[in-house]
Design a protein around this ligand. Structure first.
Ligand code: BV8
Ligand code: ZN
Length: 262
């Protein structure tokens, strides 16, 4: 299928993105850093994606943490501060509202910023569960102990002045790490299984704000397409899914998702 820059509501019926999503019983949604861009969270590979002179791929690795835990913790502390100042944008909210208003949608996110969760809670504080994401890459607001497996919520500031001031485990004393999945690390098994099942059941796939450079996340979208199901991409830039997309909506999630899902 060649991509088309279909706007929501165009009369290209068999490939109208709204019709595709309306008619799909089961939908896999994959999001990446781009859905949080309008909230002020820098993307990985976009203009704001750098920190000091480092690339995320150089810092989000076990080797970087082993080599300089202070530097890696300083980066996560900076990102935690960034995220703490951000709120879900119209794209997160439209997606959460849509998920709570229907059934059959599995949201799988590569993001660790917690903004999908915040959107779901703001739409329905009493019953956000159906709009909660499958977190492929963990959470920046959690820590875990490589020594004893202890893990906990922790979105607080990081004192990276010395190794001693970095977070340490209350149980065994080992240095804690952010509870995220770094490059070269395997993803949480339960998240992988839920994403795989959603990809195998999906009648359609909606991809929002990801360049599609990272695996196995990107592979779930391709698995849906290989089953002959339509893929809809929402992104202002090029993505690795553009050649297989049934429809590409070129623009920002915060503007396009309310029109597409509303
Ligand atoms: C693993 C958490 C195996 C940390 C991240 C093939 C198969 C399997 C693995 C590989 C493979 N090929 C290569 C690999 C290895 C590697 C990989 O994929 N490397 C890439 C770089 C080539 N994968 C892994 O290492 C994974 N592990 O496979 O393990 C294994 C098995 C057994 C035992 C041991 C190992 C782990 C990958 C997870 C890495 N962790 N994050 C943290 O966040 O700190 S990945 C990181 O990249 C983020 O999660 C981020 O979300 C993700 C993907 O990036 P994007 O979200 O796409 O962000 P990006 O900036 O690239 O793009 C933003 C997009 O938004 C753009 O398209 C832009 O146009 C758009 N946009 C901008 N503004 C807007 C917008 N869209 C909409 N609206 C807007 N306003
Ligand atoms: Zn411990």
């Amino acid at each position: 299928m060649s991509p088309c820059n279909a706007e929501p509501g165009t009369r290209n019926a068999e490939r109208n993105p709204r019709t595709i999503l309306h008619d799909a019983n089961q939908v896999l949604v994959l999001t990446g850093a781009g859905i949080s861009a309008e909230s002020g969270v820098p993307t990985f590979r976009g203009p704001g994606g750098l920190w000091k002179e480092f690339r995320p791929e150089d810092l989000a690795t076990p080797e970087a943490f082993a080599g300089d835990p202070r530097l890696v913790w300083e980066w996560y502390g900076w990102r935690r501060e960034k995220v703490a100042a951000c709120a879900p944008n119209a794209g997160h909210l439209a997606l959460a509202r849509w998920m709570l208003a229907r059934t059959g949608v599995t949201l799988v996110t590569q993001n660790v910023d917690g903004l999908h969760e915040a959107a779901a809670r703001s739409i329905d504080p009493a019953g956000p569960d159906r709009a909660m994401p499958v977190r492929l890459h963990g959470s920046i607001a959690r820590v875990r102990c490589p020594g004893c497996g202890f893990s906990a919520e922790d979105a607080g500031p990081v004192d990276a002045r010395s190794l001693d001031t970095l977070p340490h485990c209350q149980s065994c004393g080992a240095m804690l790490r952010p509870d995220v999945v770094w490059f070269g690390e395997s993803l949480p098994v339960d998240a992988l299984l839920r994403a795989e099942e959603a990809a195998n059941q999906a009648d359609a796939c909606l991809v929002v704000g990801t360049a599609g450079a990272v695996y196995p996340a990107a592979g779930f979208v391709l698995a849906v397409e290989r089953r002959g199901k339509p893929v809809i991409v929402v992104d202002p830039g090029p993505t690795s899914f553009d050649d297989v997309a049934a429809a590409k909506l070129v623009g920002n999630a915060g503007e396009l998702l309310p029109a597409l899902l509303g």
